[in-house]
Design a protein around this ligand. Sequence first.
Ligand SMILES: [Zn+2]
Length: 97
Amino acid sequence: MSLQKSLRSKAVAVPLRTCLVCRLRAEKKTLCRLVQVGDELFYDRRFRAPGRGYYICRKAECLSRFLAGKRRLGRLSVGAAALDSESRAFLNSVCKI
Ligand SMILES: [Zn+2]
């Protein structure tokens, strides 16, 4: 097989991320990205905010489990209480499946 052909036949890598709540891996763009800034947590609508990103599914179940969770999830050092109210509203409007 020529180099050219092997490059072309390689599947395009889709970035996968793990949901903090259910631990399922999914395509990054199908998840909601959260970014921790200091002691606060924000919903990063554009996947561009600097800082470490955390992901949850766009599922009502994952969101409610995340919001109800009192223990820390994954490497996140803050809980859902650190979510600002705007981010919370966005998540509620997005996670409806
Ligand atoms: Zn999930």
